[in-house]
Every structure is written in C-alpha cells, then in structure tokens.
Design a protein around this ligand. Structure first.
Ligand code: UD1
Length: 376
C-alpha cells in the first residue's frame, strides 16, 4: 500500500511553500501525491505562472472558488473540498501558510478524521484584526502535525497548549524555493533603472482604507523623487488605487506594474536598494538575501526578520518610512543574519517526519541519496 498525501494550495504565497515539499516527497517511492488548488487566486499571473516557473505538477483538482467575502470564500472551499478529499482518501493532508484555503481545508479534514499537517505553523502577529492571524490560530489548534520555521513558532504553540510532540522545528520552506531558484532568477531580470526601491502592498489594512492608501502614495512619491520606485500591483491594490489616483497623478515618480512572476520578482528584490512591503514572505526573502526591508505594518508574525534580519517595522508612520528609506538610500543600512535552519533543506526535514509518522502503515522507501546532495 502506498502513502497518499494531499497538498492544498490556493493563493500566491502557497505555491512557493508547497513546491519544495512535493519535490522532497517525490524522492520516496510508495508516496502518491495529489495537489488540490482551491482557486482562491485565479489570474494567470497570480497562479499558473508560478506553477510553471516552480516546476510544480499541475493540480489534480481545481475547486475554482474565486473571490468573495471571507465567509463566502471559506465556505465555498469547505463545501468544494470535502467531496474531493473523500475521493482522494489521503492518509494525510498538508496545508500551507495562513490564507483562507489553509483553514478551510484543515477544518474539513479535522471533521472527517483525516490527519492534517500545517507547514509554517506557530507564527503570530498578535493582531486579531488580521484575517490571516485568525486563520493561523485556528489551523494550528486543529492540526495533527505542525512544522515551524523558527523557534518563536514553537514558543507560541507551547503557550497555546499544543502538545510538543506534534511540533517540529524544520526551518523555512519558502527559503528552500528561494535557494533553488536564485541562480535561475538572474536570467529573468526585467529592465530597470540602476538604483531603485521596490514596493509591494496588498494587506487590507493598507490598501482598502483609501485615505491611508492616498497618504502612502504621497510618501512613496516623495521617495521616488530621490530614487525611482517600482510598484507591482496585487489585484486588491489595483482596485484601491483606481479610486485614489487622479489625472494629476500621471507624473508620479512611481512606476506601477502588473504582478510579476516569481523569478522576475526575485530578480528585482535582489537588485533593489530597499524593499518596502507589507507581505510576510517578502520580509523573509529580503532577510535571507540581506536586502534592506521596510515593513509598513504595526506588527509582524515574523519577528525573527527584525531580530536577526534586515527588516525594520516602520508601522503606520509615514515620516518614519521616509526617514528610514532615506537612511538606506544614503548608505546607512541595517545589516542582518540568516536565521537558523533557513538553509534550503526544510522540506526534506518535513518529508522525513511525514514518512516516519504516517508511513508506518504504508510501504515507503527513500530513493537514492538525500535530496540535499542533488539540489543546487
Ligand atoms: C490573500 C491572503 C493573504 C496573502 C495574499 C497573497 C487570505 C485571507 N488572504 O490575500 O494572506 O498574503 O493572498 O497574495 O487568504 N483577485 C484577483 N485575481 C486573483 C486573486 C484575487 O483579481 O487572481 C482579487 C479578488 O477579486 C479580491 C482581491 O483580489 O477582491 C483579494 O483577493 P483575496 O483572495 O480575497 O485575498 P488577498 O488579498 O489576495
């Protein structure tokens, strides 16, 4: 009997996290993998292009749930995923990150008595106004195996009463993908000015409040007066901007762009003087690459990027944002270190645990040498 593992992905940041786990598990014979895409993100450049660039197998099922309110989206994933998981009959389901697809799939499995593993468990912003924070807390409570990227995750889970034997500190799977794709990304560098700042913003707290979004644009434009600003737009952000921008903004020092594929965006990050963001994953990627990062949020669920890395939380303080940007652009940048276990091998550690814990009733065999030896 083979070990059946189902991976659930739905939104842009999930793909980079699932890809290395799928790859690591494919090194074992006797493992049957199914990929379910919920369709939370559906535009080509928010989804399909990532599968292509990451070399990830096509999803076996696409639930095509699309957009909606949180309740609608979560409910649609729940009701569409249940028949699929009943058909696939996995021994274990892996869910990733903190998006609506993560909690929805975990809840379905938990009620059906199917084991669930949460990859990127234990992260906490302690800000319950963030939809992702609710998804994180609830997912961790109902999962059977929890894979944390850093020690703070273990501490948070311990405080929430999660049994320590469920928790495995494995490192950061997003960094696995980064390590693998970094050399290739250099071939994908878009044409840019020599010095530039790179901006991404998409959190509801930043882009749904139009007054705040307008104020941020002014601050970014001010920075753009010194150094060109490149700003790839998430669909949520584009919607907000279309209401904020007026004809007189045509001469802004900001170059707006469509969302970029993974390799192009990675190349831009590497070449940027500074990255200004509210994304979780980008805080981690900049820390790994040693690129200065200014995070426009009051808190972060990834405090290790501030403690050890290059990340600076500027909060909702636009004077501070401009000051910190000025500091970096004049050569006064925060130096950082790479957190422990962010070494490109987190997914292999996850695969080992999954095989050991779930493979007892199934025949699984490691194929050849450890994957680490073959991964560039
Ligand atoms: C979601 C995640 C967030 C993650 C982000 C990464 C939740 C609660 N939030 O936020 O944690 O950091 O993805 O991108 O799961 N849209 C399109 N095309 C698409 C996808 C979305 O036009 O391919 C539009 C939708 O119509 C929607 C808006 O963008 O109105 C936001 O999409 P949604 O899935 O609600 O969440 P994100 O803001 O992307």
């Amino acid at each position: 009997m083979s070990l059946r593992i189902c991976h659930v992905v739905g939104a842009r940041p999930n793909y980079m996290k699932a890809a290395p786990v799928v790859r690591a598990l494919s090194q074992y014979s006797g493992v049957e993998q199914t990929i379910v895409h919920t369709g939370q993100h559906y535009d080509f450049n928010m989804s399909e292009v990532f599968f292509q660039q990451l070399g990830m197998p096509e999803p076996d099922f696409n639930l095509q749930v699309g957009s909606g309110s949180h309740a609608q989206q979560t409910a649609a994933i729940i009701s569409h995923f249940e028949p699929v998981v009943l058909k696939a009959r996995p021994h274990i389901v892996a869910v990733y990150g903190d998006v609506n697809s993560t909690i929805a799939a975990a809840l379905v499995c938990c009620k059906l008595g199917i084991a669930v593993a949460h990859v990127e468990a234990g992260l906490r912003s302690f800000d319950r106004t963030m939809p992702e924070e609710i998804n994180r807390i609830l997912t961790d409570q109902i999962c059977d195996l929890l894979f944390t990227p850093s020690k703070d995750g273990n501490n948070n889970l311990g405080r929430e009463g999660i049994a320590p034997e469920k928790v495995h500190l494995v490192g950061n799977v997003m960094i696995d993908t980064l390590v693998r794709m970094l050399p290739k990304s250099r071939e994908y560098m878009p044409k840019t000015p020599q010095r530039f700042a790179l901006v991404t913003l998409h959190r509801p707290s930043n882009v749904d409040d139009l007054e705040w979004l307008g104020a941020m644009l002014k601050a970014l434009n001010h920075i753009g007066g010194e150094t060109p600003v490149l700003f790839p737009l998430h669909p949520r952000t584009r919607k907000g901007l279309s209401q904020v921008l007026t004809n007189s903004d045509a001469n802004m020092h900001i170059q707006f762009m469509d969302p970029l594929p993974y390799l192009e965006f990675l190349a831009l990050q590497q070449a940027a003087m500074v990255v200004i963001t509210d994304s979780g994953g980008i805080q981690e990627e900049t820390t790994f690459m040693g690129i200065p990062c200014l995070t426009v949020r009051e808190n972060t669920e990834r405090p290790i990027t501030v403690e050890l890395g290059t990340n600076v939380l500027v909060g909702r303080d636009l004077d501070r944002l401009q000051y910190e940007a000025e500091q970096v652009l004049t050569g006064h940048r925060k130096e950082g270190r790479i957190p422990p276990l962010w070494d490109g091998h987190a997914a292999e550690r996850i695969a080992e645990v999954l095989i050991e814990r779930c493979g007892e009733s199934a025949e699984t065999v490691a194929l050849g040498p450890a994957l680490g030896a073959t991964q560039g």
